[in-house]
Write a protein that binds this ligand. Sequence first.
Ligand SMILES: [Mn+2]
Length: 457
Amino acid sequence: MLQRASELADIIKKSTKIHIVTHIDADGITAGAIASETLRRLGKEFTIECIKQLDEVIINKLLTEQHELVWFTDLGSGISTQYPEIRKIITDHHECPADSDASFHLNPHLFGRDGSYELSGAGATYLVSIAISQKNKDLAGLAIVGAIGDLQDRRFCELRGMNAEIVKDGVDVGVLQAVKDIRYFGKETRPLAKLLQYASDPLIPGVSGREDACVAFLQELKIPLKEGDSWRTWVDLCKEEKRKIISGIIQMLLSKGFGYQAAARVLGESYLLNKEEEGTELHEAKEYATLLNSTARYGEYEVGLQVCLGDRGKWLKEALNLLSGHRHNLVEGLQFAKEEKIQKRTYLQFFHAGDGIRDTIIGIVTNMMLNTEDVDKELPLIGFALTENGDVKVSARAAQSLVDRGLDLAVALTRAAKELNGIGGGHNIAAGATIPKGKEEEFLQLVEREIKLQIIP
Ligand SMILES: [Mn+2]
């Protein structure tokens, strides 16, 4: 992979003007930021655009624009052997057909690695960046935010594979640290009770989802919720207080019969960006990734990109505004999905949000839904939402245990979408597709047929 990375680096060095095309999620933005910063440091001219998916409209646009070189980051693996008219390099980690190997395509799947947890789009882009100059190791923080944004730590509760190498780079140059800590979201900025209320992996039985129960749980442990007028967050707690809460949660899980495996997931590795201030949305990788998601997924990718490139003034302020809207939309989206009721079938379960949830956050909501108490973890979950131009966006998520039994959602969704003239892709554990409206039932049948073939009972 490093050899391939330096081949891509050579192509970049020989070019004068480069157009970056990246994806609209946290991994895509950090990948785009790493590519931009790398080119800026090289003194190259460049432009960048962020897209939802690489569809015909975008490809036709690129064909007419005739760029000297297009750098696809966090997408593009599906077209590596097509469109030779587009001179390109690709740093991606999505599953790709076996014949998509090409000298300008860097993707862990081409090297026997798993792109769902060993390397992200930002990570693949980072490998090219450090192949250009070892000085770019200070961009390791962004690569890790990208990996975390793609939930690459979910499987082992920590980053593994090439991701772990990148963490090591970041630690070596002083931009990152990895700490063993509680895994819940919002350690730096969420009031304590909220941290527990939204705790989902693992759920805290009888506590998650209920604000009053969270407050009672903390009061029983004699943990003050406030310090003066302000709500305390996880990072405000002393060691002893953290220990009390962690062991309280673990005890609760074990006593309710959740077993050691679930209880062990309370703890994991957290990744901190040393150059950022503690207690902010940028200090811990999960929160940073969420901040980025709240920009590009609402069409404001420039905002997220500028934050990644170092702006801590007006762009950050704008990002924080967008974040509060994003939080609100997620809470509403989750509520909406819950009311829609999940429909169970033999090999999957699904809900249809219609235009009740934005197509750009349906994946996040589907993932949150899968983590709620009332959803069956034995079946993959599919969420549908209408897009602006009247198509249907599909998001599919599944528990790791199903992947261990052979499930590959990327393959299932790609094949099913293809039969309906749509497009699909992603990872074994999380995948997406876009299909024509009205084809949902047909699509579900096709996906079920695929899943039936994949899963070992
Ligand atoms: Mn990605």
